[in-house]
Design a protein around this ligand. Structure first.
Ligand SMILES: Nc1ncnc2c1ncn2[C@@H]1O[C@H](COP(=O)(O)OP(=O)(O)O)[C@@H](O)[C@H]1O
Ligand SMILES: [Mg+2]
Length: 277
């Protein structure tokens, strides 16, 4: 019998997770436990499985084999209806800044609230929206449409939306992508603030090492569907594995260099737009 998972093992536990798409193994037997109140950064090259791993944490993808637990309860085999109860305890910022364009900032934040609660006191909702926007420094922008905001402001509103239901866990997928260093740092500070003030557990997928070092109590590196490094910033900085060193220093690996040497046509087919996100 496999050992039962209980709450003390971690707020989220994944065990022996394997994920295949059309026979291609994307996650190769991953076991991890995420500690309550901590921020974990997940790093790794494009296409290594970071987003797929993150989606399993709220069962937006189901494992090919293996299990996912939330607070000791197995969740990967729950029905969609039961999952919606679990998901209210999560805030997610996937494609952060992906607000509903046709809705105002106010309506964007009310959206998840209305999905899960019958609203009968709009005064209270106004107050709540105001409080959430204040957390990210955006109170006063209620009537603005997303298109009139900067990229950084949109991400902050997305963050306010993610905390609308007072989640215990927030999942961020590439929260600083597309932002300049100063605006990225505003997002890093907000992630830290939410952890400090609201004791939120965070999992952050990023390929921004500055961000990973700054916010991560723990950094996990994925490579070809496996965990190849797992520890605090110093552990990662001093990691002996050449793949880890190349990644954190932004160096091109041997295989990529060999492909570049092959020249023209191969080069063009090797990279897709997602490599330059
Ligand atoms: N729904 C899907 N169907 C088929 N393949 C997928 C699907 N989602 C992701 N993949 C593949 O899984 C691999 C990992 O993807 P992903 O987790 O998005 O990478 P990243 O680390 O860049 O976030 C990629 O090769 C991707 O093409
Ligand atoms: Mg991704």
């Amino acid at each position: 019998m496999a050992k039962q998972v209980d709450k003390n093992d971690g707020i989220i536990v994944i065990r022996n997770l394997v994920k295949r798409f059309n026979g291609k193994e994307v996650l190769k037997n991953i076991s991890l436990a995420f500690e309550k109140g901590k921020t974990t950064a997940i790093i790794g090259p494009s296409g290594c499985g970071k987003t797929v791993l993150m989606k399993h944490l709220i069962v937006l993808e189901r494992p090919t084999s293996g299990e996912v637990y939330f607070k000791g309860e197995r969740v990967d085999d729950l029905s969609e209806r039961e999952l919606s109860r679990i998901r209210t305890q999560f805030g997610f910022c996937f494609q952060m800044g992906a607000l509903f364009d046709s809705l105002t900032v106010y309506e964007n934040i009310v959206f998840p609230i209305r999905q899960h609660h019958k609203v009968d006191n709009w005064r209270e909702v106004d107050e709540l929206v105001k409080r959430k926007l204040a957390v990210v420094g955006m109170d006063g922008y209620q009537e603005h449409f997303p298109a009139s905001l900067s990229g950084g402001q949109q991400k902050r509103v997305a963050l306010a939306r993610a905390i609308a239901l007072d989640p215990e866990v927030i999942l961020y997928d590439e929260p600083t992508t597309g932002l300049d260093p100063i605006r990225s740092d505003v997002i890093n500070e907000l992630i830290l603030k939410l952890q400090r003030e609201l004791k939120i557990t965070s999992v952050v997928v990023t390929h921004d090492m500055h961000s990973a070092y700054k916010i991560g109590d723990r950094i996990i590196m994925l490579h070809e569907g496996k965990v190849i490094a797992d520890g605090d910033a110093d552990h990662i900085r001093n990691h002996p594995h050449s793949v880890v060193q190349q990644f954190i220093h932004g160096q091109v690996g041997e295989a990529d260099l060999a492909a570049l040497r092959l020249g023209g046509t191969r080069f063009q087919t090797q990279y897709g737009p997602e490599d330059f996100e």
